[in-house]
Design a protein around this ligand. Structure first.
Ligand code: UFG
Length: 331
């Protein structure tokens, strides 16, 4: 299929693009390169553009005869979203509306949308199922939930078959460890701990050691990037195969296992063979104590299961990427 990958120069989008290309699809990456990296785009055509540019979107969808869209282009920093909510509403919601309008105008009717476990807020029960209450606790989660709702309403018209994939903690490196995580600034635990192991940071903070968990630190569900991307391929196949007039799919994507912040840090030390300083700090606003996914639905309906489920294996892939790219991507 000819697939427009919005945000295809970012961490998840670039891994998805490489996988689509390896599977014989024809991806076209559309990215403004504000947070993405041009050199992370392999095996695809590249359009330098912003989702706010409706004309360019329409032109691109037509020019490449796009059949389906995967939408990864979003801002993802929870803390920043609290400081600059309008920036998040603009990027994550208004731009998604622009994309849907361009798709409607060009009759492109399939969308796989990147959503997040942040739509659930602080869950009253874990592991989290798709029908758990959605009560985001920050603007980032709110904008993702609002975009999901917009896609839902558009799908009700019969003009859009869409899937919302709610990611838990995507991590590791894919495409033979050639595509990894390179955010500026970096806020994610695994890359930060690896940077500490590499001596690029003097220490790593633990945000909160008094949570109601066995070791007092937050528990997350870490899912390897290639498992995550594979679920997108299966989702796309399902969207394509549907004969329903209205098609809306929602899946949690996680591996169901929870690891605490302390366990992640210990794993990074073990995999890298380096010790580094760890400092206990106060809680980070917006953090839920435990977020783990119940991915039974994806398993039953897509035949999907996370294959790389051991944290050590996931961290090894990230470590291989960071070792080869100590300064991140060249551009
Ligand atoms: N953490 C630390 N020290 C750090 C960085 C993180 O202790 O230096 C902790 C956090 O407080 C959290 C855990 O490590 O408890 C994981 O934090 P990340 O920032 O790596 O990931 P999050 O769970 O906060 O966020 C991820 C995605 C978000 C998404 C969210 C959904 O990055 O985009 O999952 O739950 F919204």
């Amino acid at each position: 299929m000819r697939i427009l990958v919005c945000g295809g120069a970012g961490y998840i989008g670039s891994n998805m693009t490489a996988m689509l290309s390896a599977e014989g699809h024809k991806p076209v990456v559309f990215d403004n390169l504000v947070t993405g990296h041009r050199s992370a785009v392999v095996g695809a055509l590249f359009v330098h553009g912003d989702l706010a540019d409706y004309e360019l979107l329409v032109e691109t969808l037509k020019k490449y005869k796009v059949e389906a869209v995967m939408h990864f282009a979003a801002l993802i920093e929870v803390g920043e979203s609290v400081q600059a909510p309008l920036k998040y509403y603009h990027n994550n919601l208004c731009n998604t509306q622009n994309l849907l309008s361009a798709m409607e105008a060009t009759e492109v009717d399939k969308l796989v949308f990147s959503s997040t476990a942040a739509v659930y807020g602080i869950p009253n029960q874990v592991p989290i199922t798709e029908d758990s209450p959605k009560e985001p606790i920050n603007p980032y989660g709110e904008t993702k939930m609002a975009a999901e709702r917009m896609c839902h309403h558009q799908s009700q018209t019969g003009k859009l078959a869409f899937a919302s994939l709610r990611y838990f903690n995507a991590c590791g490196a894919g495409n033979n460890c050639s595509l990894g995580e390179d955010h500026h600034p970096e806020s994610h635990l695994i890359p930060l701990a690896i940077q500490a192991a590499m001596g690029k940071r003097s220490e790593i903070p633990i945000y909160g050691t008094d949570y109601p968990t066995p070791d007092g630190t937050c528990i997350r569900d870490y899912i390897h990037i290639e498992d995550l991307c594979r679920a997108h391929l299966l989702t796309l196949n399902k969207l394509e195969a549907t004969s329903e007039e209205v098609c809306e799919l929602v899946y949690n994507l996680g591996n169901g296992k929870g690891y605490s912040v302390k366990e992640v840090i210990e794993t990074v030390k073990k995999v890298t063979g380096k010790d580094f300083k760890v400092v206990a700090e106060g809680r980070r606003p917006g953090d839920a104590p435990v977020l783990t996914s119940d991915a039974t639905k994806a398993m039953n309906e897509l035949g999907w299961k996370a294959e790389v489920s051991e944290l050590e294996e996931i961290v090894e892939t990230a470590w291989r990427w960071h070792s080869k790219h100590p300064d991140g991507y060249p551009n």
